[in-house]
Design a protein around this ligand. Structure first.
Ligand SMILES: [Zn+2]
Length: 451
């Protein structure tokens, strides 16, 4: 193979020289076949197009690439920080050539443009390793192809990296480190629940206590530091009850339950929490802490009352785009704006917003000649770079529990009551994040409206 590589035609070498340094590591072939496949692919017209398309998405921090094939051409979009961005459309021939390379090296059948197919390929780029999963499907207008970008190893983060303020980190660690309670972690779909779940649990002190999980083998979580995973195989007819019964004999301290599976399991875990001062953690998809409690109570109706009595705190998060630290702009909010945001006078003196270029008539020098406003190198003019969590942490008191029990059908009443007790909502926490320059009011509004 080495000989073949050295004797590459000159034209190809110069072609590769201008390509971004993105290395494809196909996993669909054995060791010798990989080299042959890669050498074959490099000769094809779609190769530089595919490499450029992938490198562009990865360098912008994209996590999805969508290609929509129609008779006229191919629309390509990248999802960056949760927002879809359209790229210049490709002509059909270039799109076909690009997809040929992807399907070939991802171990899919390039000739089949109709069936639903999936494939994978590892990619190394800018010092990081990624797994790129491709799914293609013929549609009435042509074909739709989605490439998902996943980091090869979970990127280790702290609660601070996720955007949680220091005081809340301490409160959360306190909740997780308590005895005889249930901590709930929640987020809406697409708002990073798996990451926050892992980071929150890994942030707790696990050296003095035994942490164990009960998980269904078919959708097990990635490994976590100092949590002993225990699996049952639902496909083989096994139930979580047997896995749990075995565990109880070992007397662990904290039960990590990504799912409760059944009322019976809820009952067993809650009994351990109550009678033996064990502790438990679970997660659920929900918009905010109140929603999370109500969702748990309605999923496990028979245990609703016990759940409410046992939950000692709920963490909820939503992801917002992080303002670019290079070009964000501070401004003084008017008293009216602060009042509207519910901020007491004097508490906050400045907020931040994304950079907006001045109107054309102001883009001139002293002599009236037009001046070029340089585009920010870090965010490429987007104003945002990466995402950050806005966290809401609800600590339950008996007062609040009885308000929830009484008003489970009208969560807005519970929210108002929680506010009266001093609880900071998503909106309140968001304004604090805008005051520290993490995000903008526009972004909070977009997420609050579920866009
Ligand atoms: Zn910027």
């Amino acid at each position: 193979m080495g000989i073949l590589r050295r004797s590459k035609p000159k034209a190809e070498t110069s072609n590769e020289a201008v390509l971004p340094p993105l290395e494809l590591k196909p996993t669909a072939f054995d060791k010798t076949a990989v080299q042959a496949e890669l050498i074959g692919a490099r000769q094809l017209p779609g190769y530089p197009l595919a490499i450029s398309m992938l490198a562009q998405a990865l360098s912008a921090g994209g996590d999805r690439i969508l290609m929509d094939f129609t008779a006229q051409g191919v629309n390509v979009r990248n999802r960056i920080d949760g927002i879809w961005e359209a790229l210049p459309a490709m002509d059909r021939a270039s799109g076909d050539a690009t997809l040929f390379i992807v399907k070939k090296l991802w171990g899919m059948n390039p000739a089949d443009r109709r069936s639903s197919q999936t494939g994978k390929c590892n990619v190394a780029f800018q010092g990081n390793d990624w797994i790129l999963e491709c799914a293609s499907q013929g549609v009435p207008t042509g074909e739709r192809v989605l490439i998902s970008v996943l980091p090869k190893k979970p990127i280790h983060k702290t609660l601070g990296d996720l955007g949680m303020r220091d005081k809340m980190q301490e409160q959360l660690k306190g909740l997780l480190g308590a005895h005889g309670g249930l901590v709930v972690i929640s987020a809406p779909a697409g708002h990073g629940l798996p990451t926050t779940w892992r980071v929150a649990i890994e942030s707790a002190d696990k050296f003095t206590r035994d942490w164990v999980s009960v998980e269904d083998k078919k959708d097990a979580d990635p490994e976590m530091i100092n949590v002993t995973q225990n699996f049952f195989d639902s496909k083989a007819g096994e139930t979580p009850d047997i896995a749990l019964a075995k565990l109880i004999l070992k007397q662990p301290d904290v039960y990590v339950m990504p799912n409760f599976f059944s009322e019976h399991v809820v009952d067993s875990v809650l009994s351990l929490v109550k009678a033996e001062s064990k502790h438990a953690v679970t997660r659920i998809q929900a918009n905010d802490p109140i929603d999370a409690i109500i969702a748990l109570m309605s999923t496990y109706r028979g245990q609703a009352k016990e759940l409410l009595m046992t939950i000692n705190g709920v963490l909820s998060q939503r992801l917002v785009r992080r303002l670019c630290t290079e070009c964000r702009q501070a401004y003084q909010p008017s008293p009216q704006l602060l009042q509207k945001l519910g901020v007491p006078a004097g508490r906050i003196t400045q907020l931040y917003q994304p950079f907006t270029p001045p109107p054309p008539e102001q883009r001139v020098d002293a002599k009236g000649n037009p001046i070029e406003i340089p585009i920010c190198k870090k965010c490429k003019g987007r104003g945002y770079s990466g995402r950050v969590g806005i966290f809401e942490l609800l600590i339950l008191s008996n007062e609040l529990r009885s308000a929830i029990a009484k008003n489970a059908k009208d969560p807005s009443v519970i929210r108002q009551y929680a506010k009266k007790l001093g609880h900071l909502s998503f909106q309140d926490e968001g304004v604090l994040a805008v005051a520290t320059g993490l995000t903008s009011l526009q972004e909070l509004q977009r997420i609050a409206q579920g866009k």
